[in-house]
Design a protein around this ligand. Structure first.
Ligand SMILES: Nc1ncnc2c1ncn2[C@@H]1O[C@H](COP(=O)(O)OP(=O)(O)OP(=O)(O)O)[C@@H](O)[C@H]1O
Length: 576
């Protein structure tokens, strides 16, 4: 299906409202025509000094059209704005819903600024598809039919002449503008996206930019893109100005031509003299319908370019597919994998190869290994962010591919090294895990995550704003909020992904004591570089280059004097 048809399909749920807006647009221009033509008739007729009774119909007509024009204009604006805003909100929800299942696997190559640009600017551009591409030509066609019927009541010659100028203004001129401004709409969408992506990137990395003295370079880059955008906007403005002037010129040529052709017809008596001004003013008032058409193709090109960017995301198939017949959520929570193998890029090396592990319900297993060994990949597969290619993962005896990804994720709480905290209050950040949590539940998790002393010292308690990414908090406080969140979620399975990495020894101990609380009664998988505190785990899996190198308790692995022993020795030397 072409992008145009897909776009039409996308806006089609509002076709009834759109038709109402088009009809009201037609009635507005129609009333304007009625107003000017009856006024012209009234003035011409009045010049002949008839009785007032003879003028009554025209007087009433002028009043009626004068009021109708204002009422229809108001209703047309109301309907077209209503439909535009409904459309925009529907498009944003549609795009977000299509994007969500793609995270994180399919979106990892996308720039966050570029995605923002798609959901904000590109969707915004699409409002023109209805407002400036679909509606004005429909109104113009209706007005053309009205005016052809009108002029044909007087003379066929006039009808052809009117048709000629209307087609010039409504079709030839827009096509000419399209030829001159070809590519402008597409470039505008692309440069706007580039600008947004650059700005978001610069804002996110502002600290690094300042620290590495790159402020000047970034500013130059932004002003260079901004220059491109301004130049494109300038070209569009020139084009729009030119189109408007040519449109006005065509309208006045039409007016003069109609007059030149009508005067002999009035002289010969084929047309009554009182209609001369009516015919001329009919042109002026009806050309309002083609006033918006010259840039139609420009807006069409811009809309199609924006739609293409949106469709390129929405047409992407998620890496993980929902099962046709999902099985019910298991009621036991032991985890085991059988011959699990996975590669991010099917042709390249395995990130995990032939992994067999078993964690009984409530068991605690640590996964250790050097950087790049495949620890985070294991989590990605457990959470079904990616689907494995070989082997299987069972949860409570059910293959996780048979579970709905959302249902599976409800069963798992993750405390990662960098948990995202939103720029809002501590309370709101906690409620993310359970929006319906009561004040008692919140107080309980805050206490168990060892956060109560800290929160009590804050002037606004848990209503304190923590800034972008929680920048007003220390690393330990951030991790304890993440732990409180996981406690609130109360999922039966817990994944700790480098949860204490980057913390100093004292803070690490404090956070670990909160983690001990969190681990109670849950099936736990702990991924870590650091080999401290692993005595408390039931089993340790040592991954190396995607393979299971060793497996056992802390004591057993030290006795084996293999990779784990070497890693442990090394970490002890570093600590000393
Ligand atoms: N999203 C991804 N796309 C493609 N390859 C990836 C992706 N994530 C990880 N990899 C690759 O998979 C392999 C395993 O990476 P993984 O992140 O699982 O290791 P890790 O043990 O968690 O490392 P670290 O301790 O440094 O976080 C690496 O070779 C890595 O380059």
């Amino acid at each position: 299906m072409s992008d145009f048809l897909r776009l039409v399909k996308l806006v089609s749920p509002y076709w009834q409202r759109m038709l109402w807006a088009v009809l009201l647009g037609f009635l507005t221009v129609g009333s304007n025509i009625g107003l000017l033509t009856t006024s012209a008739y009234l003035i011409s007729k009045a010049a002949l000094h008839p009785s007032v009774a003879e003028l009554m119909v025209a007087i009433v007509g002028v009043r009626f059209f004068g009021i109708a024009r204002a009422v229809f204009r108001y209703l047309e604006r109301y309907f077209s704005h209503d439909v535009t805003f409904r459309l925009l909100s529907q498009l944003r929800v549609w795009f977000y819903q299509a994007m969500e299942p793609l995270a994180p696997a399919r979106l990892q190559i996308q720039h966050s600024g570029d995605l923002l640009s798609r959901i904000v600017s590109d969707v915004e551009v699409l409002k023109n598809f209805y407002l400036r591409v679909l509606a004005p030509p429909l109104v113009a066609v209706l007005i053309l039919v009205l005016m052809i019927t009108f002029y044909s009541q007087f003379a066929v010659k006039l009808t052809y002449l009117y048709l000629f100028f209307f087609v010039v203004a409504g079709l030839i001129l827009p096509l000419g503008v399209r030829l001159r401004g070809r590519g402008l709409g597409r470039q505008m969408v692309a440069v706007r996206a580039q600008m947004n992506a650059r700005l978001v990137d610069s804002i996110q990395g502002m600290t690094e930019i300042i620290a590495y003295g790159q402020r000047q370079a970034i500013q130059e880059n932004v002003s260079q893109i901004s220059g491109k955008l301004i130049s494109l906007q300038g070209k569009t403005a020139v084009l729009s100005g030119l189109a408007n002037s040519l449109n006005g010129l065509t309208m006045h040529l039409a007016l003069w031509s109609i007059l030149v052709l009508s005067i002999p017809l009035v002289t010969t008596g084929e047309i009554k003299e009182v209609y001369l001004a009516v015919l001329a003013l009919g042109v002026l008032s009806s050309f309002e319908a083609v006033g918006n058409l010259p840039l139609t193709f420009h807006y069409l090109e811009e809309s199609l370019a924006a739609a293409k960017r949106l469709f390129s995301i929405t047409a992407t198939k998620p890496t993980v597919s929902n099962p046709m017949l999902p099985t019910s959520v298991p009621d036991s929570f032991d985890l085991h994998t059988k011959g699990l193998s996975f590669s991010y890029d099917r042709d390249k090396t395995y990130a995990l190869q032939n992994i067999n592990l078993a964690i009984p319900q409530g068991g605690r297993v640590a996964v250790v290994g050097p950087s790049g060994a495949g620890k985070s990949t294991l989590v990605n597969l457990l959470l079904r962010f990616w689907d494995y290619q070989q082997g299987s993962i069972y949860l409570g005896g059910r293959n996780i591919k048979e579970l709905q990804p959302e249902e599976l994720r409800q069963l798992i709480a993750v405390v990662a090294q960098r948990t995202h905290l939103f720029n809002t209050t501590i309370r709101e950040n906690l409620l993310l895990a359970k929006p319906t949590a009561t004040a008692e539940e919140l107080a309980d998790v805050v206490h168990r995550a060892r956060l109560d002393d800290f929160i009590q010292e804050l002037p606004n308690g848990d209503q304190t704003y923590i800034g972008e990414g929680g920048f007003k908090l220390s690393g330990g406080q951030r991790q304890r909020i993440a732990i409180a969140r996981a406690l609130l979620k109360d999922a039966p399975i817990l994944i700790l992904d480098e949860a204490t990495a980057g913390l100093d020894a004292v803070t690490e101990r404090e956070v670990m004591s909160a983690i001990d609380e969190l681990m109670q009664g849950r099936t736990c998988l702990m991924l870590t570089h650091r080999l401290t505190g692993l005595e408390r785990m039931d089993q340790i899996l040592v991954l190396d280059e995607g393979k299971l190198a060793e497996q056992g308790t802390h004591r057993e692995l030290l006795q084996r004097k293999g990779l784990y022993y070497r890693m442990w020795e090394l970490s002890r030397q570093i600590e000393q």
